[in-house]
Design a protein around this ligand. Sequence first.
Ligand SMILES: [Fe+2]
Length: 206
Amino acid sequence: MAEEINYNHLIRPFGPPIGLYDIPGELCVQINSLVDSDSSELTPNGENLAGQIEGEFRISSAACKRMGLGDYLLKTVSKYIEQSIEKKITSFTLIDVWVNRQFANEYNPTHWHSGHISGAGWLKVPSDMVAAGKKRKDRDGCITYTHGSRQFLSHSTYIFEPTAGVMSVFPHYLMHHVYPFVADGERRSLAFNAKIDEDIFDWYGS
Ligand SMILES: [Fe+2]
């Protein structure tokens, strides 16, 4: 006689996964120190990015290596792919790593990235950024990820309140935007684009 199976859980068969991972405190300190310096390892990158943000800087690959940022991103993307599809990557190429220094009234309109896997993390966030919002208290300075259209029982957006020391990882095509804020202080984010094994990216398995 077949064993009775009880169902009492949710499944998430549709939509791209978003991974949330800690950024080690020491690494945050190192990146923030670099950004606060006038190092030649930082290059203005605003022309290449969607953000209505003045302070956008590319971090050189030498600096990524020196700080251990490249290794951290490799480990983080490996974990993300394993958790998503139970596969191990054997290839990892960082295309670009950059920092956005966002201040009051700046914003990042809906956009997507290039490469295979991308990420957005946070290095510092004004303590009253969200609370200072004039009306809604879940918008100012928050990132919203968008996929598909809103339908019954299926949201198309996911709003996340940034916290310093957290990195989000997602497929490059996942649209996202960042609301402006009115609070004083800097919202500093770290972003990257990377390529992994072509046969994992270009995968049509079930
Ligand atoms: Fe982005």
